[in-house]
Design a binder for this molecule. Structure first.
Ligand code: DAH
Length: 440
């Protein structure tokens, strides 16, 4: 996932030279939904990625992701009310184009944190990117004065290719804040903030050296929030998977929460991480306006939950427009128990690609995420997986060679070896042109 090795200009070169690109030849502007954006040496949006923008699977009735979204929203509507009205507001139509400030700075993500790397994000330019998580909207909504809200939408990350990874996926992120009167309504002697903490200078005095709490908060407030957060999230997981679901909490680290945890559920004989959460760093709340509250936040991925709930074996199916897939979910009650039945598994074609890297690159410095994007740009959604099969250093020349297996499979029909070979040749040509490698 997050890799520290990156380069500044490989992908732009690729957009430039690659004949498959629909992005304008000039590298000075990128057109997205009728708008022009200035490009620079950060730009690495691919033509393929632009085709996912606006699909809004989480809002398409009858899409499994939208059904899971609805069940989560229902849980929050039902569980949190004030005088009969739901207290959470829902934001599920926020633009996925965000600033670096929204996605990282506002969330206290350090300047050199690996998650900011070009290798891991889709940048429009050095200031704008396709959001890498829904938490990117947290600060702006807090600034707008909201206390309890859910943010739901598509997020974009450059990653490897296999049945559970896709460069676009969907998240639900949430914040729940409480003032002293709400949190300690039955115990008004207790406080949210330590007496030594000056809420006027929140940055100076807050630190996270103590693993149990932020220095500004009292232990009572932190513990009560932790108890509520965990029981609300267990309630959610039980509402989705049933009362018998096996789960465990794991300590975690996120720059924007402290303390932080991850929730794992036991699924198909393995522990599977389903969400991250924690107590929002007070600096974030304070930067959004005068602050006298404490908040918890969490973020979860919809694909994982939908795949587990409905037994969907391949993440690409979420994007399928095939009626054989969609009809299994259409017109169903969101709470209906649905087990996906594979329409039929069409055969795979596996072709290997091996090449010598140029002298200045080694196996470790070759940017595999750039390569994955290029393969997907040319092959599209018939690329099921790209896996590193072999690597090798020539004993004399010291040149590095890599071999990847590219697994091709169409979800809706059988591919012929002839058409796969044609695409494979195009990939070989594009790799040669873009990276100066030599096919073996
Ligand atoms: N944004 C995190 C991610 O994408 C998930 C997350 C963790 C969201 C903790 C939160 C949180 O709101 O409090 O991996």
């Amino acid at each position: 996932m997050v890799k520290l090795i990156r380069s500044n200009n490989v992908y732009i070169t690729l957009l430039h030279r690659c004949k498959y690109s629909t992005v304008p030849k000039s590298i000075s502007t990128i057109h997205i939904n009728g708008k022009d954006f200035k490009s620079d040496d950060y730009s690495n949006i691919t033509p393929k990625i632009l085709t996912y923008l606006g699909r809004n699977l989480h809002l398409q009735k009858g899409n499994p992701l939208s059904m899971v979204r609805q069940r989560i929203v229902n849980y929050f509507y039902k569980s949190f009310t004030h005088r009969g009205n739901p207290i959470f507001s829902i934001y599920d139509n926020l633009s996925p184009i965000v600033t670096v400030k929204q996605n990282f700075d506002d969330l206290l993500i350090p300047l050199h944190h690996p998650s900011r790397a070009k290798q891991d994000c889709y940048y429009i330019n050095k200031d704008l990117l396709f959001r890498a998580h829904m938490t990117a909207h947290q600060s702006e909504l807090l600034r707008a004065g909201l206390n309890n809200f859910l943010m739901i939408g598509d997020v974009y990350r450059r990653d490897e290719i296999d049945s559970t990874h896709f460069p676009v996926f969907h998240q639900v992120d949430a914040v729940r804040s409480q003032r002293k009167e709400e949190l300690f309504n039955s115990n008004p002697d207790l406080e949210i903030f330590e007496p030594s903490f000056d809420t006027k200078k929140p940055k100076v005095l807050n630190d996270i050296t103590d693993s149990s709490k932020q220095s500004c908060h009292t232990l009572e407030a932190t513990k009560l929030m932790e108890t509520q957060l965990k029981s609300h999230l267990i309630g959610l997981i039980q509402a989705l998977f049933g009362k018998d679901i096996k789960y465990r909490w794991v300590d975690a680290y996120f720059p924007f929460t402290h303390p932080s945890w991850e929730l794992e559920i036991f699924y198909e004989n393995k522990w599977m991480e389903v969400l991250g959460c924690g107590i929002v760093r007070n600096e974030i709340l304070a930067a959004a306006g005068p602050n006298n509250s404490i908040a918890y936040a969490f973020g979860l991925g919809l694909e994982r939950l939908a795949m587990a709930l409905y037994n969907i074996p391949d993440i690409r199916l979420m994007w399928s427009k095939d009626s054989g897939f969609l009809n299994q979910f259409a017109n169903k009650d969101v709470d209906a128990k649905i087990t996906y039945k594979p329409i039929s598994l069409y055969p795979q074609c596996v072709n290997d690609i091996s090449f010598w890297l140029p002298n200045d690159l080694t196996i470790d410095t070759f940017m595999s995420n750039d390569f994955y994007d290029l393969v997907r740009d040319i092959g599209g959604d018939i690329i099921e997986q790209v896996k590193l099969k072999d690597k090798f250093v020539h004993p004399k020349t010291k040149k590095h060679s890599v071999c990847y297996s590219i697994v091709y499979r169409h979800l809706e029909r059988t591919l012929t070896q002839f058409e796969v070979n044609k695409i494979h040749k195009e990939i070989e040509k594009a790799v040669t042109d873009s990276y100066n490698v030599v096919i073996r």
